[in-house]
Design a protein around this ligand. Structure first.
Ligand code: BEZ
Length: 209
């Protein structure tokens, strides 16, 4: 096993894992964590992950004492307590709940987009359910509309938990739904995303091509 303090079980395609790695970059903790790339899908789980997280889901973070944390929200919260800079998740007050709720909306985009991916990529064609697929896509569209408002009112200026989650959600849409054309409908969000995409944390964690 690796000699670093912690091991992150992840896949380069997982946007939930990407959030964690972006936070590691942004908080200067990347060198403390061994990245352990696992191959998995909902129908072919990884033994390495199941041994640490019974749900079989990534990301999972094994700590130096052998405990394993999951899911991404728990890991992000933990890691944000392990650095001495300004927290990326506000510790208390109304702002904490506002930023976590906004991060949750970004995660809802990911949940819907990943469900669409599994339905269209893993499930046999004759079993696809168009009404259900449309409902997931509509969820994404509604969330993007709210994020456009947030971008417009200056709520995404700091690259904190909410902004990281939104950035990774938009990156995943580009990765798995390149035909979506969201930039045409959400211009302010597109402009924000273009700017933050230049950050080293985002450039070095792009999904595989
Ligand atoms: C994907 O390939 O889209 C994917 C991989 C891991 C987790 C979630 C999604």
């Amino acid at each position: 096993m690796p000699c670093k303090d912690m091991t992150l079980f992840y896949s380069p395609a997982s946007p939930f894992a990407r959030k964690v790695i972006v936070l590691l970059h942004e908080t200067g903790q990347l060198a403390n964590v061994e990245l352990f790339d696992v191959q998995l899908s909902p129908v072919s789980p990884s033994g390495d992950v199941i041994a640490r997280n019974p749900s079989g889901k990534i990301p999972a973070l094994e700590l130096a004492n052998g405990d394993t944390l999951h899911d991404s929200r728990v890991i992000l919260d933990y890691l944000d307590h392990q650095h001495s800079g300004e927290p990326l998740i506000p510790r208390n007050g109304a702002r904490r709940w506002q930023r976590l709720t906004l991060a949750s909306l970004a995660d809802a985009i990911l949940d819907a987009a990943i469900l669409i991916r599994y339905e269209t990529f893993l499930r046999p064609q004759e079993l696809h359910w168009p009404t259900w697929l449309d409902a997931q896509q509509e969820k994404i569209e509604r969330a993007l509309s709210e994020l456009e408002t947030q971008a417009d009112t200056g709520q995404l200026q700091r690259f904190d938990i909410a902004s990281i989650s939104i950035a990774c959600a938009l990156g995943y849409l580009d990765f798995r739904q390149p035909q979506l054309g969201w930039r045409e409908r959400f211009a302010r969000l597109a402009s924000w995303y273009e700017d933050i995409s230049k950050r080293e944390s985002m450039l070095s964690t792009q999904p595989p091509t």
